[in-house]
Design a protein around this ligand. Structure first.
Ligand SMILES: *Cc1c(COP(=O)(O)O)cnc(C)c1O
Length: 428
């Protein structure tokens, strides 16, 4: 045995059999890794160029307090985001407390009573259903007289163009397009596909606002939805663009007018982007953005490696190792509760934080069945860090994402497989 094999066995209990099996899978995806590296290189230069253009300097790392007037760091970070996304304007704030909040602010800021919201890609992410009022919640958009329509996909991946045409009407003000699959077994859409959908929608109604929920999609490709016609693009900083360093935050980029509407909702009408102290987090948000292409690289390689390993073992995986990736989420269909639980225990065991904790399925509010979650993250709930979760019900799908570095993601997959072997739910 060589040094690495001995180390893996002694420190992590990885058997030679599991290691050899996984290394063989890794070899088979080398050319895809090279393609991921090319995308990362492009995105790294894109972020670097935006920082240089905006003359980023250490004065921008100072903290503001109180109202946060003239916060140069905040304003410069927003200029950098606008340039990276090729958008007119950006709102990037620690006061946007999550992806759901950023989406809520973008929607509530741009919709008025009597307007209609349309989702042409099926049901939106679970938390958004409460925001819109599909699931009744106190303060939902529905309570403000904003109606909602939905057009489901045809099968798992086709836009229902005829259905979308029929659903659009005089009231349709904003169309929300979710790029990532969320907790569905469906395709995540590439930026090109989103662009085609937006062109179709604008051909019917040119002044409709097209918003993209970009969560998990940033830096997976070399272009972003704002470069193919999206008027608003929204996401979370404890996912891809925070690079694992942002401790909180969300972003909204797009047309100046629409970003301002959102800013007036986040702060107050008339105050908009002019206020909002940053309390010292700006350096983490800026450095996180700088690191983000590299961190997304690690997450993509981890997802692809997991797809290859579990596909080779005969489990259903989405996307498959051959498919083009549009986000960092990897679905694995385990088909049995014990396999799914064992896999999640392995992911937790490989974490840098809380590795000694054993995840157990629990009755999470809002779910009808127990949910298991594996996450040992530096930032609470951060899913750009290696994490896996899923509801304990057939067909026992696990949603795995993140990995701050490829080498950490790799050991996560190795430990997950070893745990399944040790638990006797898999034989190699
Ligand atoms: C994560 C996510 C959100 C927002 O979730 P938060 O947990 O509130 O940050 C919205 N849409 C999609 C597709 C997501 O993946």
């Amino acid at each position: 045995m060589n040094d690495l094999e001995t180390f893996m066995l002694e420190k992590f209990g990885i058997s030679k059999k599991v290691l050899d099996f996984c290394l063989e899978q890794e070899k088979a995806i080398a050319s895809s890794f090279a393609e991921i590296d090319r995308i990362t290189e492009y995105n790294q230069y894109k972020v670097l160029a935006a920082m240089q253009k905006n003359r980023l300097s250490d004065v921008h790392f100072a903290a503001t307090t109180g109202y946060g007037y003239n916060d140069l760091g905040r304003d410069t970070l927003e200029e950098i985001y606008a340039d990276v996304f090729e958008a007119e304007s950006a709102l990037v704030r620690p006061q946007l407390i999550s992806g759901t909040h950023a989406l809520t602010v973008a929607l509530a800021g741009n919709l008025r009573p009597g307007d209609e919201l349309l989702s042409p890609v099926g049901a939106p992410y679970d938390t958004l259903q409460g925001v819109i009022g599909i699931r009744p919640e106190d303060g939902s958009l529905a309570e403000y007289g904003i109606t909602y329509r939905q057009v489901d996909l045809i099968g798992e991946d086709q836009f229902d163009y005829e259905g979308i045409r029929n659903a659009m009407n005089d009231k349709t003000k904003l169309v929300t397009i979710q790029r990532s699959k969320g907790y569905e077994w469906r395709k995540s859409f590439t930026v090109e596909e989103i662009g085609q959908l937006i062109s179709f929608i604008k051909s019917i109604k040119p002044d409709v606002i097209c918003m993209v929920d970009n969560c998990y999609g940033e830096f997976v490709e070399t272009i972003e939805p704002s470069q193919v016609g999206a008027d608003l693009v929204v996401g979370s900083l404890i996912k891809n663009p925070g690079g694992g360093l942002a401790p909180i935050g969300g972003y909204i980029v797009g047309k100046k007018e629409y970003v301002e509407h959102a800013a007036n909702r986040l702060t107050a009408p008339g105050l908009g982007k002019e206020v909002g102290a940053t309390l010292g987090v700006t350096p983490s948000l800026i450095q996180g953005l700088f690191q983000a292409p590299q961190v997304v690289n690690g997450s993509l390689k981890t997802a692809l490696f997991a797809a290859k390993v579990y596909d080779a073992l005969g489990f259903g995986v989405l996307p498959t190792p051959q498919e083009k990736r549009a986000d960092i989420v990897q679905l694995i269909r385990f088909g049995a509760a014990d396999k799914m639980i064992s896999f999640c225990k392995g992911i937790q065991k490989a974490a840098p934080v809380d590795s000694y904790v054993v995840p157990e399925p629990w009755d999470m509010p809002g779910y009808d069945v127990p949910v298991i979650m594996a996450a040992g993250a530096f930032v609470q709930g951060s899913s750009i860090e290696l994490s896996a979760d899923g509801p304990i019900k057939p067909p026992y799908n696990v949603y795995m994402q993140g990995g701050l570095s490829w080498h950490h993601g790799k050991i996560g997959i190795l430990v997950s497989l070893q745990t399944m072997v040790d638990d006797g739910v898999i034989t190699l």
